[in-house]
Design a protein around this ligand. Structure first.
Ligand SMILES: Cc1cc2nc3c(=O)[nH]c(=O)nc-3n(C[C@H](O)[C@H](O)[C@H](O)COP(=O)(O)OP(=O)(O)OC[C@H]3O[C@@H](n4cnc5c(N)ncnc54)[C@H](O)[C@@H]3O)c2cc1C
Length: 396
């Protein structure tokens, strides 16, 4: 790396990765007067935020910690467009959680008993009344829940633009390593070397590999998500349709059981892939549907795009036949997660100069408040009581 330029500018905090997580944190730091550098390898990179549906299941908190973060995040979402002076496309929309044929609706209902909202059980014909695009013959029942939605790309961009207006810096460079000593942190990019007081890694699915390359192993994992992005359509969907029981969470739990499998054999599939069949519509009229999740331990996707597209379209054809026929593109990216479905938030070395904010299984419902609390904690140099439960050291 001797050919790279060295920036003599020293930042208070260098944030690595500008998906929804890094973008929110960069803004929350800049708005509090912190001199922040947001490093992103490439805005066109296939990030999870780029392909996210943007659904906010704000009732999904099941503990004091997650209930509090969900409530705070919802309050932030509700006024974020105004605060950032750019639209996040926040809207409230009903969620239809589909119960598969043969599944016991009461057993499904019970899985929501610790959530902050109690779902309403609907018959297939009642569900069809709410969502005329739905084929009622494809489901045993449905649950009705409140839900909210943002455009994740616009939200991340709105955070970043506000950060830049406040004096923060955004730079494009791929980080290859992060080190720290008593004087500060050194973030080594392909283009340049950056110096700062602290660095916070928000690199999504790439966080584990980046930290491993920097000699700091982290118990964070990733799945490969695949979905279809359609062209703008005249079809109008009234609700968001998702399985009542999301299979991805069970897949993540199993795949994260043995950390060694992720390190010792970097190119294997740990659990058979799953499909969470559902769809939603963005404000511009385009749809997102899918979604396949695979636990392959290589960061490079090994999926067969044609076979995956066929799988997603044929499943959706039973549920939402008109949506399944829309022209669209297969897309894939990695999505970070941890074994307990909670993010890793806080120091990853003794000095606290290197920190992480990554691995949310339910990020749109949790990131705004978590990023705000982390920013406040960094400034106050005092632990936030809620965030201590999310320390990466909980897995040691
Ligand atoms: C199809 C799909 C649907 C989803 N639906 C929902 C949903 O409805 N609700 C919900 O809450 N979540 C959903 N998710 C999950 C959610 O989108 C992600 O968990 C979230 O966007 C992750 O944000 P992030 O900032 O942590 O990571 P990312 O968005 O992946 O951002 C990480 C960034 O770091 C950059 N980066 C990585 N390595 C480096 C490096 N070495 N140097 C510099 N930059 C680097 C990347 O380029 C990227 O921009 C969905 C995900 C997918 C794929």
């Amino acid at each position: 790396m001797s050919s790279t330029r060295s920036y003599d500018v020293s930042y208070d905090v260098i944030v690595i990765g500008s998906g929804i997580t890094g973008a929110a944190l960069g803004y929350e730091l800049a708005v509090r007067g912190v001199k922040v550098l947001l490093l992103e390898q490439n805005l066109q990179a296939p990030s999870a935020t780029r392909y996210s549906y943007g659904g906010i299941s704000y009732w999904a908190g099941t503990t004091d910690l997650t209930r509090c973060l969900c409530a705070e995040s919802l309050a932030i979402h509700r006024q974020l467009s105004e605060e950032l002076e750019a639209s996040t496309e926040f809207r409230e929309v009903p969620l239809l959680g589909t119960v598969d044929l043969g599944q016991d609706p009461d057993a499904v209902l019970k899985t929501f008993k610790t959530c902050t909202e109690v779902p309403q059980l609907l018959s297939p014909s009642e569900a069809k009344t709410l969502e005329p695009l739905l084929n009622p013959d494809a489901i045993e029942a449905a649950i009705l829940m409140p839900y909210a939605h943002i455009n994740p790309i616009q939200t991340a961009q709105a955070y970043i633009q506000a950060m830049v207006r406040l004096g923060g810096t955004q730079r494009f460079d791929r980080v290859v390593s992060v080190t720290s000593d008593t004087a500060g942190v050194t973030v080594q990019g392909i283009e340049a070397t950056y110096g700062g007081n602290q660095a916070i890694v928000c690199a999504g699915g790439a966080t584990r590999a980046l930290m491993q390359d920097s000699g700091l192993p982290l118990r964070q994992y990733f799945s490969h998500a695949e979905s279809i992005e359609t062209d703008v359509s005249d079809l109008q969907m009234q609700t968001v349709v998702m399985p009542a029981e999301i299979r991805r969470f069970a897949l993540e739990s199993v795949a994260a059981q043995d950390d060694a499998l992720w390190t010792e054999e970097p190119n294997q599939e740990l659990v058979p892939p799953i499909l969470d069949c559902g769809a939603l519509q963005f404000a511009d009229g385009s749809f997102r549907f899918g979604q396949i999740s695979r636990t392959q331990t290589s960061l490079r996707s090994q999926a067969d795009p044609a076979a995956s597209e066929q799988w997603m379209r044929s499943q959706l054809a039973q549920l939402l036949p008109k949506v399944a026929q829309l022209p669209g593109r297969w897309v894939t990216c990695t999505v970070a997660f941890s074994v307990d479905h909670l993010p890793l938030v806080g120091p990853i070395n003794e000095s606290g100069r290197l920190q992480v904010l990554s691995g949310f299984s339910n990020p749109m419902a949790l990131v705004p408040a978590t990023a705000r609390r982390l920013a406040l904690q960094l400034i106050a140099s005092q632990p936030d009581k809620l965030l201590t439960a999310l320390l990466p050291s909980r897995f040691v």
